[in-house]
Design a protein around this ligand. Sequence first.
Ligand SMILES: C[S@@+](CC[C@H](N)C(=O)[O-])C[C@H]1O[C@@H](n2cnc3c(N)ncnc32)[C@H](O)[C@@H]1O
Length: 597
Amino acid sequence: MSDIRNNRRPKNNRRVNGEQRKKAAEAVNSASSVVRTSGTDATNTGEVTLVKNEDYQVLIEDMGNDGEGIGHVQGMTVFVKDAVVGDLAEVKIVKVKKNIAYGRLMKLITPSPYRVEPVCDKAKRCGGCTMQQVSYEQQLEYKWNKVKNCLQRIGKMENVEAIMEKPAYGMNNPFHYRNKAQFPVGRDKNGNVVIGFYAGRSHDIIDTESCAIGAPVNDQIVAIVRSFIEDNHISTYDEETGRGLVRHILIRVGFTTKEIMVCLVTNGNKLPHSEILIDELVKIDGMTSICLNVNMENTNRILGDKCITLWGQSYITDYIGDIKYQISPLSFYQVNPVQTNVLYNKALEYADLSGDETVWDMYCGIGTISLFLAQKAKKVYGVEIVPQAIDDARHNAEINGITNAEFFVGKAEEVVPDIYKKGGDGSHADVVVVDPPRKGCDQVLLDTLVHMAPERIVYVSCDPATLARDVKILQEKGYEAKKVAVVDQFCHSGHVETVCLLSKLHSDHHIEVELEMDELDLTAAESKATYEEIKDYVLKKSGLKVSNLYIAQVKQKCGIIERINYNLPKSENSRQPKCPPEKETAIREALEHFQMI
Ligand SMILES: C[S@@+](CC[C@H](N)C(=O)[O-])C[C@H]1O[C@@H](n2cnc3c(N)ncnc32)[C@H](O)[C@@H]1O
């Protein structure tokens, strides 16, 4: 556990104190005395009139999704870039919409106690770190609150604080944590080489010699490439004309293995004088792979499909926990390996595996979570939409000697219902892990999960809003959120990663439903064959003996009865044996035979 987690702060520390609030009230009240510099584009919401280009005093009360400060002027919400919660600031209104306005920070009247000097002198302009001016403890507090607010507001979980681990899991050292950097290369107006980062919401390159969140070795590599381009008169790519050779420098560093990859993204298949560049780069300790990635498309996509190795291997290796990964220029790999380890261990802890479980890893990417779980599970199935990622997943399983992981290519919402309907291997799950993209889980997949009825669902999310939406759906369908952990993967940005454990309810509610049911409650499908007829059919067809319990479980999975506790002791805590997969398949065949499914 990091020191940051132990460094607790008083509750509600995001809110401003009374003194500041008083000042803010005074400031807001005095706003009418501010001189209007121009009278265009005014918005009138009742008594409120905000005028573009006019200055107002604003108390920053909260932080927005991109790390911008949020305050109010006479009831109108104002977003202020680079402002920190607790700042009292003079703000120029630059854009006015119906209910909100955007302002530029002009002057700090009273700086927030959470304000710090950014480590990077380019932080204000660079689009990467939107929160470097906020103390790290406060960033963690902000992210924790963001998750809590979403779960309360969208997920309707009023007492969510009680199940949230506090504080967020942060880093001991939240700098130089990224194992991957992509520097755009271009020229400024005077023709000088510029290598750095795009300014926020633009493709203007900010020339940078050093980045506070990248690997320290990046600076040395960028300096070598810069001199190489200048000394050898290599052209750089111009987005407007589509001409010029070098587009980007991609650097990947294995934090455990110390292996380094340098990949120049080029608008052509050859790099003139490449031997000079190689001679310089191989002097760096750990240099393992030097390559070109060819991208000749006029597109915003950084990488093309073709890679050419100039020196060394075509990939580097690295570890997360005990699992080894081969990483090529095109591979998806988590950018913060330290926090990924924290995140995956939390997922593993919530999955609570004993070694007998069948686990599904939905949206598995290159199988990073799947392979982590495979160490503790009987069998892991992974599904992912990108075929190359599944190639990597299978390859990574192989190099780690993992034989109990199986991967499927396709949309989770198509592959999984299909496998479930067919029955047999993979149609059953004790634990399901989902790690969807920002838009969250597909509704069809959520419905299928409910039918598969795993004991635990571990939801890993990069967007707390869609997490909250999906948790609400699952809570309405027989699951209960038990634990939530917030992990900071992207220090100094507004992004946040969350792990949520949902457990299947085995509550009185289910027992009550069962007790109230009698034979008249049979659905049309259920009435087609009795339990004895199904048992007879299964025995004749497959030679297997199946119990009423097993039949009830399969029927319930197929959605043709409500009750799961048929013929069971009524004790809520009684352990229920689970229908083995081969018997489940046989029962499904019988249900199909009797046209019940
Ligand atoms: C947040 S990433 C998770 C990756 C992986 N779990 C990891 O930790 O590296 C989401 C993944 O879902 C994949 N994806 C997006 N839509 C999908 C879908 N409908 N079905 C399956 N996979 C999908 C993306 O390609 C991406 O690899």
